[in-house]
Design a protein around this ligand. Structure first.
Ligand code: IPE
Ligand code: IPE
Ligand code: MG
Length: 211
């Protein structure tokens, strides 16, 4: 099997709230468990041929949620960045946060800047976290990322929810019923196996038919 080593995988991390509800837990507990899944996937990605990983953590439309949930998410993002930075550095992960910063709480902006600076030398994985991100806002502003090879969405919904609309022009789409907190290294491997079994044509002809 031909295995590219420079894949860009993007993930819409959905299902934290339902994961928590099924356990009789508050939604915030689902988001905390979701942060553990982020660590697992970031650490598994380089070993699975992923060079760039872009995770959708908070959409521009997620401001519509109750202020208590939004505030809990912002605190969780800041705490996660602070506590994970040393691991990211140790693993050679370069972190970059994409999206608007002007609406984020100051402590989160500070945590983002510190984590980006500390991890700037990482070469094992380009890890982008999308926070207050909207593809419809990013495209006319020219804030474009590399083309996505594989787009994964957990949580059972089959839609893009304003994530990387331009970059996913020829992305392979992979939807799973797994809730994000349940997503593990083996599930990333399953998605990549499915990806490698597909034939990408980019509008051309299959290799066997091309002359
Ligand atoms: C994804 O999980 C995380 C964010 C959008 C912040 P959700 O919070 O959307 O979880 P569900 O879809 O309600 O289960
Ligand atoms: C998409 O999930 C945004 C993130 C995962 C950050 P949502 O839960 O907000 O999406 P919809 O509302 O189901 O489309
Ligand atoms: Mg959701």
């Amino acid at each position: 099997m031909l295995q590219s080593t420079s894949l860009h995988v993007a993930i819409i991390m959905d299902g934290n709230g339902r994961w928590a509800a099924r356990r009789g837990l508050p939604r915030a507990a689902g988001h905390r468990a979701g942060a553990d899944a982020v660590r697992r996937v970031v650490e598994a990605a380089p070993g699975q041929g992923v060079a760039a990983l872009t995770l959708f953590a908070f959409s521009a439309d997620n401001w519509k949620r109750p202020p208590t949930e939004v505030a809990a998410l912002m605190r969780l993002f800041a705490r996660h960045l602070r506590t994970e930075t040393a691991r990211l550095v140790a693993n050679g992960v370069r972190l970059e946060v994409v999206g608007r910063r002007d609406r984020l709480p100051a402590p989160l902006v500070a945590a983002i800047q510190a984590a980006e600076l500390a991890t700037a030398g990482g070469t094992a994985l380009r890890f982008r976290l999308a926070v207050d991100y909207s593809a419809r806002a990013a495209i006319p502003a020219g804030q474009l990322l590399p083309d996505v090879d594989l787009l994964i969405r957990t949580g059972g919904e089959q839609r893009l929810s304003d994530f990387l609309l331009w970059e996913c022009a020829y992305a392979e789409l992979y939807f799973t019923e797994l809730m994000w907190p349940d997503f593990a290294a083996a599930d990333l491997a399953d998605a990549l196996r499915a990806f490698h079994a597909r034939q990408r044509r980019f509008g051309g002809l299959p290799e066997a038919a091309a002359g």
